[in-house]
Design a protein around this ligand. Structure first.
Ligand code: LLP
Length: 420
């Protein structure tokens, strides 16, 4: 088998380290399943992004849906990032870091009245609208509050991001955004919306996008609309590109942020406004691992199984997107044989697996496996299914270890529940 390593999560003397901390030492202290994050991976990814776009007027809004651990959000806030929130719950969490609401974007295809009201009341930088009815509602709510709400329309550019259908969002058949011609007519009716100021235009075409072309196509399409609006006398102050930049989960082909910047900066330079980005996965995915203990090895017919103590409730991505996560032992055993096995969890679902027919070094009960690239859409998509307590989240910063969230207790599982 091969081993997946990054600058901050790699083997030293055959032992997996997160920065300067040996993964097996963390297990002794915190048990498994266990999420561990590398703070300096997050910082380094953020700085790479910043650097790549330094020559244009821009702002990053971290998409906290990828990892909403307070310490992780705060790491980006400390670096100057804004935040993209998708619900009042995310807004609540974001504000806990002390970030100014003027650095928050409120997103979401189905915002409730309360969410819109809260966004306006807190004075978020911009509310994205995804339908004409929502624009009308924002206008009514703002009028009732006697204020003007800053709004950007999320335009659906009808571009194929060529990613998993569940995380593709920029096609007309997807529920997201407003098509270009409808968006144009809403912007043109701007005088009717007396309590809205249209400040921008927005897109987000999908996630884990592996090539730059769909971005270029979508940015070009939206730019045409931007210029048309300028000719109509509407000067937008920002152009929001959304997120979606893919990362490596294995050895797949992807592009660097520098290549992305090189292809897109010429397009952005034609626009005379600020460029906003909402990266999530790019900043967090490879900064996290989920560590799990091997409980059993078994064989049904010809099929081998490795049963571990983490499950689909801890990391759902393989189950719902057939997503690849590299899995490797905490100790490199170069002399051991490889086997082909399914790596599965204890939940009573056939879909509870982390890998199928995966070539992996033989590991025994009581040894540990690291499920890699679990920093994005891992803990945020976890649940208590099968009465399972959510794992702790540990943050490593060089030699330092912080428990950002401890393992849930059984009491958490019963949160305010009563027997009638
Ligand atoms: N902006 C908006 C409006 C979004 O909906 C998203 C992600 C992002 C930004 C950040 O996208 P990123 O840079 O992380 O690709 N659970 C799925 C991914 C869902 C993405 C949802 N929206 C997964 O585990 O692959």
């Amino acid at each position: 088998m091969h081993y997946f390593e990054t600058e901050f999560i790699k083997y030293k003397n055959n032992e997996l380290f997160i920065e300067n901390v040996k993964a097996s030492d963390l297990i002794k202290e915190f048990g498994t399943p266990l999420y561990v994050y590398s703070k300096n991976h997050f910082i380094s990814q953020y700085k790479k992004f910043e650097q790549a776009f330094s020559e244009i007027n821009h702002q990053i809004f971290y998409a906290m849906k990828s990892n909403f651990n307070l310490s992780v959000i705060n790491t980006f806030v400390q670096l100057g990032s804004g935040i993209d929130v998708n619900s009042e719950g995310e807004l609540f969490r974001a504000l806990k870091t002390g970030i100014s609401p003027s650095k928050i974007i409120l997103t979401g295809v189905g915002k409730t009245r309360e969410e819109i009201r809260l966004g306006i009341e807190k004075k978020v930088m911009m509310i994205k609208a995804e339908s004409e009815e929502e624009v009308e509602l924002i206008n009514r709510i703002a009028a009732g509050m006697n204020v003007t709400a800053p709004v950007a329309l999320r335009v659906n550019p009808d571009v194929d991001a060529k990613t998993h259908p569940y995380i593709s969002t920029g096609l007309s058949k997807n529920k997201f955004g407003i098509d270009s011609s409808a968006a144009l007519s809403i912007y043109k009716r701007r005088n009717e919306f007396k309590n809205i100021q249209f400040t921008g235009i927005d897109m987000h075409i999908g996630s884990q996008i592996a090539s730059i072309e769909p971005f270029v196509e979508a940015i070009s399409k939206l730019s045409e609309l931007y210029f048309e609006l300028r000719d109509e006398g509407l000067d937008l102050i920002h152009f929001d590109v959304g997120g979606g930049i893919g990362v490596q989960y294995n050895n797949e082909k992807s592009f660097t942020i520098e290549e992305f910047a090189e292809k897109t900066i010429p397009l952005f330079k034609k626009l005379s406004c600020k460029i906003l980005f909402e990266p999530g996965r790019f900043l967090t995915a490879n900064g996290g691992v989920l560590i799990s203990e091997v409980l059993y090895n078994k064989q049904n017919g010809n099929k081998k199984f490795i049963i571990v103590d983490a499950a689909m409730n801890d990391l759902l991505r393989p189950t719902i997107y057939q997503a690849y996560h590299h899995i490797q032992p905490l100790q490199q055993h170069n002399e051991r044989v490889d086997i082909v096995a399914d790596i599965v969890g204890p939940v009573c679902e056939t879909g509870d697996y982390f890998a199928r027919d995966r070539e992996i070094t033989k590991t025994h009960s009581g040894e540990y496996l690291a499920i890699m690239s679990a920093g994005a859409y891992g803990m945020t998509m976890s649940s208590n299914y099968n009465g399972r307590r959510r794992p702790p989240e540990i943050i490593v910063d060089r030699d330092n270890i912080f428990v950002s969230r401890s393992r849930e207790t059984f009491e958490h599982l019963l949160w305010d529940e009563k027997i009638i």
